[in-house]
Design a protein around this ligand. Structure first.
Ligand code: ASP
Length: 311
């Protein structure tokens, strides 16, 4: 099976001054993930490598530099899902995990449950070798400044000008045909403590089924949850296989792009919400769509060329 990789760094109104940093971050994530896949590594290792790069980059809303909640704390959610087994590992409301994707992976691989939250998730992560950090270490200067402005006034997009970020995600398919998808986020700025959005919820912010494809979403969590967007996109992919075969040029990629678009159209039609998603179909064909002004994303073309864009 030809390996494939797609990543995103969120779908919002990414301002011009942040576009270059978002593109560069997606490029670095592709480099890290592709090194694993090209070397014959697993899709799970590739996903982790790509997401760690994005979590460590403060231009994105995941791990270090995440948006702060109403209490001024970073509160992260993450999920990784295995398309072969339909098993997910998810963690929510983490305060002390530097790389939430690693906590999600530990839950996927070592936990009898599929989702843990808060202190219990952190304890499980630590007991399974995932490094914890001090909660303050996840707070970037830019996010602290934005939070102070939001606190004085009211939460407003202008307070985040230049560093409006998004959730991150990745989907990978390896030589052995293993398919994994993952999403990691700090959630929305000034969210109520304890709020969990779509990102770590199976079927909402992420889904993977080796029979159809893998998906990672971004955007307004409360809307994405309503239409279970990642699972909806996967279902559209299932239907698209045959549809793609009937397109004029017969290219499978049109099916992947069409499925992504249909899922975002569903979000708009049923919730009036905004967001976006990336996906790979079961053969590794990339697709993406968004109805926000922009989304940061990147994927590796069949010939090995890296495509990144804040489109
Ligand atoms: N979907 C995320 C959430 O609602 C936010 C994002 O994608 O930027 O928590």
């Amino acid at each position: 099976m030809r390996p494939s990789l797609i990543v995103h760094g969120g779908a919002w109104d990414i301002p011009d001054e942040a576009a270059e940093a978002c593109t560069a971050g997606c490029q670095r994530a592709l480099v890290a993930g592709w090194a694993v896949l090209a070397g014959g590594g697993t899709a799970l290792d590739a996903i982790e490598a790509a997401i760690v790069v994005l979590e460590d980059d403060p231009v994105f809303d995941a791990g270090y530099g995440s948006h702060l909640n109403l209490d001024g704390r970073v509160e992260c959610d993450a999920i990784v899902m295995d398309g072969a087994t339909l098993r997910a590992g998810a963690a929510a409301t983490l305060h002390r995990v530097k790389n939430p994707i690693r906590a999600a992976r530990a839950i996927l691989e070592k936990c009898p449950h599929m989702m843990l939250v808060a202190e219990g998730a952190e304890r499980f992560a630590q007991e399974n070798g995932v490094a914890l950090c001090k909660a303050e270490e996840l707070v970037s200067e830019a996010e602290w400044d934005a939070w102070m402005k939001c606190k004085k006034d009211a939460h407003a997009a202008e307070h985040h000008r230049g560093h409006e970020q998004g959730t991150v995600g990745a989907v990978a398919l390896d030589y052995e045909g293993r398919l994994f998808a993952a999403t990691s986020t700090g959630g929305t700025c000034c969210k109520l403590p304890g709020r969990v959005g779509d990102s770590p919820l199976i079927g909402c912010g992420c889904y993977a089924d080796a029979e159809a494809g893998g998906v990672s979403c971004t955007g307004y969590g409360e809307a994405i949850m309503k239409v279970v967007m990642a699972k909806s996109a996967t279902d559209y992919l299932r239907g698209q296989d045959s549809a793609a075969a009937h397109t004029e040029d017969g290219r499978g990629s049109s099916g992947a792009m069409l499925a992504a678009k249909r899922a975002v159209d569903l979000l708009a039609a049923r919730t009036a919400g905004t967001g976006g998603l990336i996906l790979l179909d079961r053969n590794g064909e990339p697709g993406f769509a968004f109805n926000t002004p922009r989304m940061a994303y990147g994927y590796v073309e069949a010939g090995g060329t890296f495509i990144t864009s804040v489109g």
